[in-house]
Design a protein around this ligand. Sequence first.
Ligand code: SF4
Length: 226
Amino acid sequence: MKAVQGEGPSAGRQCAFVRLGGCNLSCRWCDTPYTWDWTGVGDSGVAHDPRRELTPMPWTEVRDRLLGYGVPLIVISGGEPLSQQRRLLPLLRALKAAGKAVEIETNGTVVPQAEVIELGVRFNVSPKLAHSGDPESRRLVPEALSAFAAVPETAFKFVCRDTGDLDEVASVVDRYGTNPVWIMPEGQLPSEVAGHLAALGDEVVSRGWNLTTRLHVAVWGDRRGV
Ligand code: SF4
């Protein structure tokens, strides 16, 4: 899908997205439950049908479709794409060989393999806070967070609702060195994103962190891309 990157350091850049199915977490406010929630455990309570939501495709076809968009940036998202990182390698190599910048959106729970790091992709790591509903032992994996923190260009993007969440972010940063920090408002509707942004902005600035909106929500609301 051709779009613009909606979040983080590259927000606003034209890009093409590929979204992979499957996730090793189950955040209750997840905005892409159709990639993994086959039983309705998320806030929506909807059990999605993997036969309808997932489309098997050879990596060469994915490559051709992504390159066909003619954009400089490819964003690989999910679900949790690094759960499939070994199988992603041929695609990543082909995209880099074609001169594309590549960003991988990840929840930061899977240790990135050296072969992926060496390709020079950017990891947009989004460690989950307690309000995700995932137990800490699943959502914060020390060896994975430390590995990402050692990779240049990695950005750590925390989904927050209020200033209380920022203390939790600071604790994660202290423990795992997850810098630089980007704070992103939770919300699937423009009004929710705007409200959380307004609640967070001053405190984010005073803590010396970066702030990002969710451009795709501001523009398209909760409408799914195709
Ligand atoms: S890690 Fe991301 S894709 Fe997985 S459940 Fe949480 S918000 Fe959804």
